[in-house]
Design a protein around this ligand. Structure first.
Ligand code: DAK
Length: 258
């Protein structure tokens, strides 16, 4: 792996680990970094033997937002034409679970990226914020919606309107993150969590992820219906048979992903 690569991809057993690698710019998300990240996610999503992914940055920064230097001279029409929101949205099509392992600054578009992952493991030094208001703009990659759903209206308003940042512990209290770990352990924790999930029944993991995400998109009655269809569908899988048989036979299941 070259130091110069904008992202670095590594496989650890059944987990794909993607490191964003623009340390001098605090991992500011430019179109090149974003599209490489999404290419890597899509490639890992299509690989047998990989069950989940971890996205991380470095100790100082997960990502300090979109690249302000590249964005500063853009006008509305250029922004609209170069629209890199679709690049962000590619993450929504990924079927396998994605865990963000966050240390240091997780700001603006960086926080929106973390919010687009399925779970977040933070180091004790992580801080979460939407500082766009300081630049005279608002979040543009889902922050006003996903952050509000994650931390509630009152805190989302304060973060988006007044640059309130959350410490790692506050992020845990506000249910933005799953775990807070010491700096030298957060990445291992994220990888371990990803490995555990990757060892579970693949079809059930895929449909479980989809069903949880559906809850953000649809009214309850529709979400419940979709959940039920997914639940019944899993009874057509060999893994359902294997899972229940292994329970009765008091042994570990041997998942086939079928
Ligand atoms: N963009 C570009 N460069 C950045 C950057 C950023 N977001 N954040 C940091 N850097 C660069 C700094 O300019 C500096 O570069 P040099 O001066 O060395 O060349 C280097 O990284 C180190 O940063 P500092 O010297 O500032 O380091 P400090 O430790 O003093 O401060 C900091 C770290 C993260 C608190 C500070 O750098 C900072 O406040 N950064 C900006 C944070 C921010 O405002 N982020 C929000 C950006 S707006 C969209 C999707 C998403 C978005 C927009 C549209 N569409 C799909 C349309 C998102 C927008 C945003 O995220």
């Amino acid at each position: 792996m070259s130091e110069k690569e904008i992202i670095q991809v590594e496989k650890i057993d059944n987990v794909g680990l993607i490191r964003m690698n623009r340390p001098k710019a605090m991992n500011a998300l430019n179109p090149g970094l974003l599209s490489s990240l999404m290419d890597a996610l899509e490639s890992l999503d299509n690989q047998d033997g990989i069950g989940s992914m971890v996205i991380t940055g470095n100790e100082k920064a997960f990502a300090a937002g979109a690249d302000i230097k590249e964005m500063s001279s853009a006008n509305s029409i250029e922004m609209l034409k170069d629209d890199f929101i679709p690049s962000f949205d590619r993450i929504l099509e990924i079927k396998k679970p994605i865990i963000a392992a966050v240390s240091g600054y997780c700001l603006g578009g960086g926080n929106e990226l973390a919010l687009s992952c399925d779970m977040i493991v933070a180091s004790e030094t992580a801080s979460f914020g939407q500082p766009e208001i300081k630049l005279g703009i608002i979040p543009g990659a889902g922050g006003t919606q996903r952050l509000t759903k994650a931390v509630g209206k009152a805190m989302a308003m304060e973060m988006i309107l007044n640059n309130r940042t959350l410490s790692a512990q506050e992020a845990l209290d506000y249910q933005l993150v799953n775990y807070v770990e010491p700096l030298d352990e957060y990445l291992d924790k994220a990888i371990n969590l990803a490995q555990e999930i990757a060892r579970r029944a693949p079809l059930a993991v895929q449909l479980g992820k989809e069903a949880v995400n559906t809850s953000f998109e649809t009214p309850l009655s529709r979400g419940l219906k979709e959940e039920r269809f997914a639940f019944y569908l899993l009874f057509a899988s060999q893994d359902q048979e294997e899972g229940m048989r292994s329970f009765i036979e008091k042994r570990d299941p041997d998942w086939q992903g079928k």
